[in-house]
Design a protein around this ligand. Structure first.
Ligand code: GAF
Length: 384
């Protein structure tokens, strides 16, 4: 992987790269749409990653190569004010803008990117690309004072301001703080993370339902509804700033004063934050079945309260309930299509994978892309 990227870089730009990085994609295991409500999430960085190689150049022109598709871009480093809708280069230009806003001088550079995170499937290929490139730009700009949390914020700001999706910090945190064999527990209020061991004898099976709806509009609408609920609740309960501060009991007691839609969105988020705490406790006492049940409850809540599931995702989770070896399953990430993550007994993971493909094909007529994912270490610069 690394060697092929270096070769592609050298062939295209006629120079050797001076800096190289990798950053993994992620799965969200429990805690859906909680990050931008200052909640908590259990996620995992996976063994599918984006890699990037770069070298500074004289002048102002940056050149980019997507070493997988051969697609190329070039732009002037001091003319980045207007994103081109839908262009993959936005994920890099937006980062440079954020470094510049923080007073950093980013030299022009050539960069080649590659990777194995499936695109637009819900494993956060975009955050993986952002984090791989953020580490590189930090190095090129000699910006050692940019902390890992700042790196995550730079990726988020790139999404929010340049790409136009009002996403939280989950994907960047997971990509940066993953660890082999471990989950990532993130607290989006304190911005602290801890690694939590993945229960022995389990595996993650990931199924792409092969349907994708418009994420950006739906996502931004969900966020607005959560913020609307938090504003109303802040007027009722002193000290409430975000949905993180609200218990399920308080939410129920205030139900009639909330817009029905905002109430249902808040019910999902507050329920998810509760499920993350319950999930951590279940893992601590070695209750894998209890943990799996929380994943199913999370899916129910997505489907009925947050309405960020779809019939294909529901179908994959329904199939899981019938297959031997499944402990729990739910959608992972923003929703509206994309992937489900299944926690299964490791010894049946291969058979489970095939059984899921077959049952989904029979019921939906679609061929799901199904893979087994392992937990991987977080993003890093690599030696050349
Ligand atoms: C997407 C977003 F990018 C994350 O910030 C998070 O909100 C997630 O959806 C839902 O939990 O991956």
């Amino acid at each position: 992987m690394k060697e092929r990227l270096i070769q592609a870089f050298t062939a295209k730009f006629g120079q050797a790269p001076t800096v190289l990085s990798r950053a993994p994609g992620r799965l969200e295991i429990l805690g859906n749409h909680t990050d931008y409500n200052e909640g908590t999430v259990l996620s995992v960085a996976v063994d599918r990653e984006m890699t990037a190689a770069a070298a500074p150049v004289a002048g102002k022109t940056c050149r980019l190569l997507d070493a997988v598709t051969g697609s190329e871009r070039s732009f002037e480093i001091d003319k980045l004010d207007r994103p081109k809708r839908g262009d993959w280069a936005n994920y890099i230009k937006g980062l440079i803008v954020e470094f510049q806003k923080r007073g950093k001088t980013v030299p022009a550079f050539n960069a080649a990117i590659g990777g194995t995170v499936p695109m637009s499937a819900g494993m956060s290929s975009s955050a993986a690309l952002e984090m791989a490139m953020t580490l590189i730009i930090r190095q090129l700009a000699k910006a050692d004072d940019i902390s890992w949390q700042d790196c995550a914020r730079i990726g988020q700001a790139c999404e929010n301001n340049y790409v136009g999706a009002k996403t939280g910090l989950l994907d960047q945190f997971s990509s940066l703080k993953g660890k082999a064999g471990q989950l990532v527990y993130s607290d989006f209020r304190s911005l602290e993370v801890q690694n939590v061991p993945i229960p022995a004898g389990t595996a993650f099976v990931v199924a792409n339902c092969m349907v994708k709806h418009n994420l950006t509009n739906e996502y931004n609408e969900r966020r607005e509804a959560c913020e609307d609920a938090a504003r109303t609740l802040a007027g009722i309960y002193p000290g409430v700033k975000t949905l993180r501060d609200v218990s399920l009991q308080q939410l129920e007691a205030a139900k009639e004063r909330l817009k029905p839609l905002s109430y249902r969105r808040a019910l999902h988020v507050v329920g998810e934050i509760t499920r993350v705490a319950d999930g951590v406790a279940a893992l601590q006492r070695g209750d894998i079945k209890g943990f799996g049940r929380l994943m199913y409850e999370s899916q129910y809540s997505s489907s009925h309260h947050f309405e960020n599931s779809c019939k294909e995702l529901d179908m994959l989770v329904d199939i899981a309930r019938e297959l031997p070896g499944a402990l729990g399953a739910r959608l992972s990430g923003g929703g509206f299509g994309g992937i489900t993550v299944h926690l299964v007994r490791a010894e049946v993971a291969n058979e489970y994978q095939q059984a899921l493909i077959d049952a989904y094909a029979t019921r939906s007529g679609l061929k799901a892309d199904v893979m087994i994912c392992k937990a991987a270490d977080g993003a890093e610069l690599l030696s050349l």
